[in-house]
Design a binder for this molecule. Sequence first.
Ligand SMILES: O=C(O)c1cc(=O)[nH]c(=O)n1[C@@H]1O[C@H](COP(=O)(O)O)[C@@H](O)[C@H]1O
Length: 224
Amino acid sequence: MSNRIYVAIDTPDLARAKAIATRVRTHVGGLKLGLEFFCAHGAPGYREMAALGLPIFLDLKLHDIPNTVAKAVQALSPLAPAILTVHGAGGRAMLEDAKAAAPTGTKVVAVTMLTSLDASDLGATGIAGSAHDQVLRLTDLACEAGIDGIVCSGEEVGAAHARWPKGCFVVPGVRPAGGSVGDQKRVVTPRAAIDAGASILVIGRPITQAEDPDAAARAIAGTL
Ligand SMILES: O=C(O)c1cc(=O)[nH]c(=O)n1[C@@H]1O[C@H](COP(=O)(O)O)[C@@H](O)[C@H]1O
C-alpha cells in the first residue's frame, strides 16, 4: 500500500518549503499546501512544489455561497490537485457545486469539525452536542452531496468510516505518542488513525519542526 502520509508544508518561505519537501519526499506519499503557503505564493508557488513530483493536496478549506465556491474551484482547476478541501458547513448545494466544478482527477473532501476544536468550542458557535455527532452529521451530508470524502479527527474516523465505507477519510491532528499537541485538541497517534480507518494522514509540525525532518518522517512511516 502506498504511503498515506501527506506532509503539511505550512510556511510562507518557498525555499524552506522546497527544502523540507525534498528532504522528506521518500518517506511521504504527498505534500499538503494550505492557506499559509498559498496566500504567500499562489499558483506559481504551487507549480514549483508540484514539480518535485509528489501528489499535491491543496487545502484551502473553501467556504462561501455555492456560486463563489464553484467559481473558485474552476479557477483552481488548471492546478489539478489530487485533493481539495471545502468546509462541510457550507451546505449541500455548495458541496455539490464544488464537486461539479472540480477536475475529474481531483478528490473533493469536506472538513467536518476542525481538529483544533472541542465540544465547548462547538457550543460557543451555537452547535449543541458532541464532536462525534457533529462529525457524523457532516459525514452524512458530504456523502449525500456526492463528494469524495471528509476531513475529521482520529477520534471520529472509525464511526465515520463505518457509515460511509467507500469514502476517503483524511485525518489531521496526528501526533506520535508523547508529541507536543500545540493548538490541536482532538489528537490521536498515526497508527491509531490508520487502524480506525483513515485513508490519508496529514502531518505537519511533528515532521517539519523536527531537528531532522527526514528521520521524523521515516520514524512515523515506520509505525504504519
Ligand atoms: O484540512 C486540514 O488539513 C486540517 C483540518 C483540521 O481539522 N485540522 C487541521 O489541522 N488541518 C490541517 O492539518 C495540518 C496539521 O498540522 P500539524 O498540527 O502541524 O500536524 C495543518 O496544515 C492544518 O491546516
